[in-house]
Design a protein around this ligand. Structure first.
Ligand code: G3P
Ligand code: MG
Length: 246
């Protein structure tokens, strides 16, 4: 995996490109690349048998034709589901991808990635550990290193212990009291905030502390311009082309 210093792009496709294609699917990642995104973000959680797959919610209800908690389903159960039809009949037959096949697709497309570690409840440390191990083992040399992120500090701590060389971003709505000590302990590269909670003052504080700053989820080009002006380097967008077309 490439060791070059990180230069974040202006836009990162959110859950692939969820404005155009079902979230956290291979077709969504392909769509983001087609739209011109050079990086994508996706959410990773573990099945019951500890296989990392792409899913945002703790249950499969919203984004597949199944029901139930991911933590109660084996990979075989999850692979039987349709993860595209909920979005549109055009995407029927799309599966919940494994992290392994996602990494292969990123390699084929030459895409950078923010791997958001999204543990199901109570599985924070094990998810951080298993995802970090798989990324460290399987990431191709031809691709730059990904950036891990998580709302869960325990997941980031586990990733840090397992694969300290892979950069971490701390994902949060906005920084709370004492955030700098925690970010330092996590040895974070970046802070990822909700753009709705960001102010110029908070952005300035984060940049002055030496962190890269990313903001989610920005679908309006004018808002993105303001955020860039405040020192945000990259925005996550459901419609990456809107930011690229500015
Ligand atoms: O990583 C940025 C963004 O994806 C965080 O929120 O809920 O869309 O995973 P969410
Ligand atoms: Mg996410």
């Amino acid at each position: 995996m490439s060791e070059l210093p990180i230069r974040f792009p202006r836009v990162i496709g959110h859950r692939g490109a969820v404005g155009h294609a079902p979230e956290n699917t291979l077709v969504g990642i392909r769509k983001a690349a087609e739209l011109g995104a050079t990086w994508v973000e996706f959410d990773v959680a573990l099945t019951k048998d500890d296989v990392p797959v792409l899913l945002h919610d703790a249950t499969v209800d919203r984004t597949t034709d199944g029901t139930g908690k991911l933590a109660d389903m084996t990979l075989q159960d999850v692979r039987a589901l349709d993860a595209g039809r909920w979005f549109s009949a055009d995407f029927a037959g799309e599966r919940v991808p494994t992290l392994t096949e996602t990494i292969r697709l990123l390699e084929a497309l030459g895409l950078g990635a923010n791997v958001e570690i999204k543990p199901t409840p109570g599985r924070e440390s094990v998810t951080g550990r298993v995802v970090a191990k798989q990324v460290a083992d399987e990431w191709p040399n031809s691709l730059r290193a990904p950036v891990f992120s998580s709302f869960w500090v325990d997941a980031l701590v586990a990733a840090q212990r397992t694969a300290p060389e892979i950069p971490r971003g701390w994902l949060m709505r906005r920084p709370g009291k004492g955030w700098q000590a925690q970010a330092k302990a996590l040895d974070c590269l970046s802070i990822h905030c909700s753009h709705k909670a960001l102010t110029k003052g908070i952005a300035t504080e984060i940049r002055a502390a030496g962190y890269h700053l990313l903001a989610y989820t920005v679908n309006d080009a004018k808002r993105a311009l303001k955020l860039f002006d405040w020192g945000v380097e990259s925005v996550f967008s459901d419609y990456p082309e809107r930011i690229l077309e500015m």
